[in-house]
Design a protein around this ligand. Sequence first.
Ligand SMILES: [Zn+2]
Ligand SMILES: [Zn+2]
Length: 208
Amino acid sequence: MAKQPRRRCKICREWFYHRFQNEWWCCPEHGAEYGIMLREKEKVKKEQQRKKEAQQERRNLKIRKLALKPDSYFKAQAQQAFNKFIRLRDHDKSCISCGETNPPDLHGGQWDCGHFKTVGGFPELRFEERNAYRQCKSCNAGSAKHGAKAATVAQQYEATLVERFGQELVDWLNGPHEMTRYRREDFIRIRDEYRRKCREMEKKLEDA
Ligand SMILES: [Zn+2]
Ligand SMILES: [Zn+2]
């Protein structure tokens, strides 16, 4: 006679001989308990499945929403990330125009990223690191206006560039540049690249 294989009870781990193929318990009580355990497990699994589906649905909704956003939305995000990087890069530099190291806090912040060649007039230098430096809010606001203040800010900006990097850089910035035709994917790529660079820079500054 073949030796009947033993099984361990799923509940108490005791060895027992089963009579039915689907019997995994040593006694009716443990059978009932095992039934409850299985139902409980099933409930947990279903709940996890439901959560996963809800998460996927939220993700899909986000993708659909982003698809409806205009290119300008991503352009603004890219510019924001780039500008933040410039401010971080120049964290220990004084204002590129007036030389102020501790400007007054205007509108919830002291510093802007100021472009030497404006983003409106020279969009091809919009994301050019050599064309952007940390600038105090007052100078940046001044350069946006026309008139004497703007001219002074621009002159000071140029003088500091020459001082820090030499005349060649100013000549290069003033020279002709290849026109860029940024598309949606470019803005997203630039945004992600500068967000990454910002994180790296922030980490470096924290560790320092
Ligand atoms: Zn048992
Ligand atoms: Zn300034």
